[in-house]
Design a protein around this ligand. Structure first.
Ligand SMILES: NC(=O)c1ccc[n+]([C@@H]2O[C@H](COP(=O)([O-])OP(=O)(O)OC[C@H]3O[C@@H](n4cnc5c(N)ncnc54)[C@H](OP(=O)(O)O)[C@@H]3O)[C@@H](O)[C@H]2O)c1
Length: 251
């Protein structure tokens, strides 16, 4: 048997870690796929393609003509469309697939979380009186803040938010995780933040803001995940490697 052809849908730190592990293993011939959202993506150890496939059917064709043996969906838990496309494409081809998805964060003692279903609902839940909000949701949906322009927003993203938000009081920070707790505490204190809006991404790279909010007694508006499409799911890179081994036992 030749090398096992793997298409790895990425865009997360877990995908990059898995890419590194696959790159070092001669049994695998793996291709990493990125959406192309970030202007300067982290350098990857695997051959990489960038850009959409053209929906579910485009992805199915790509998998078929590329003679892939396995698809691994290691996209972000909030990247719902690509995961839905992936699950439908592999089902139509009868292709082996699983997803690598970090478990969500769970509230612990001292946390003051308000669970909301969407970013728009988080913005509404801030209320009418002006507040000082850390908007740590990336740039794609930052414009939702315009529905409540009475608040101050501290917006952090990897790439600049363009166009700028149509609100009076806003500051932008460009930064890429991982973030540490002391730095996050300093950030929240410096800007006198009284509400943090975040998606429940899970993982360790961006958890420090949650721990910092707990330490300072700040409210967190936690945007919960939508249910993921049905696909076998593992939570760690180690489990992902074990699953590949199980699906394609070494001979
Ligand atoms: N959403 C987040 O909060 C978030 C946070 C961190 C990182 N990311 C990463 O950023 C990327 C885009 O996220 P999103 O929320 O915009 O996704 P999405 O809404 O689920 O996907 C939108 C479209 O982007 C293309 N796409 C998405 N991921 C792709 C990938 N890995 N390779 C090739 N094409 C991809 C697909 O286009 P076609 O239909 O044309 O194939 C898809 O239909 C993903 O790779 C995700 O892992 C997302």
């Amino acid at each position: 048997m030749g090398k096992i052809r793997i298409l790895l849908l990425g865009g997360t730190s877990e995908a990059s870690a898995l890419a590194k592990a696959l790159a070092g293993d001669p049994r695998y011939d793996a291709l990493l796929s990125l959406a192309g959202r970030t202007e300067k993506p982290t350098l990857q150890p695997l051959p990489t393609r960038i850009g959409g496939f053209g929906g579910r059917d485009g992805l199915a064709k790509f998998l078929h003509y590329g003679e892939f043996d396995l698809l691994i969906d290691a996209t972000h838990p909030f990247a719902a469309r690509i995961s839905q496309n992936a699950s439908e494409a592999v089902a139509s081809l009868g292709l082996l697939a699983f997803s690598l998805r970090r478990p969500p964060w769970m509230a612990q003692a001292g946390d003051n979380w308000l669970h909301v279903g969407t970013i728009a609902k988080a913005i509404t839940a801030l209320g009418t009186s002006p507040r000082r909000v850390f908007l740590a949701i990336g740039r794609q949906e930052a414009h939702r803040a315009e529905a409540a322009p009475q608040h101050f927003y501290l917006v952090r993203s990897v790439d600049p938010v363009e166009p700028r938000l149509a609100v009076a009081d806003v500051q932008y920070i460009l930064d890429r995780g991982p973030f540490g707790i002391e730095g996050e505490i300093a950030l929240l204190e410096t800007h006198r933040i009284d509400a943090v809006i975040t998606k429940n991404s899970g993982g360790s790279a961006t958890y420090a803001k949650i721990a910092a909010a707990r330490r300072l007694g700040i409210e967190v508006l936690m945007v919960d995940r939508a249910p993921a499409p049905a696909m076998q799911t593992v939570e760690t890179v180690e489990e992902a490697l074990a699953t590949i081994n199980h699906l394609f036992p070494p001979r």
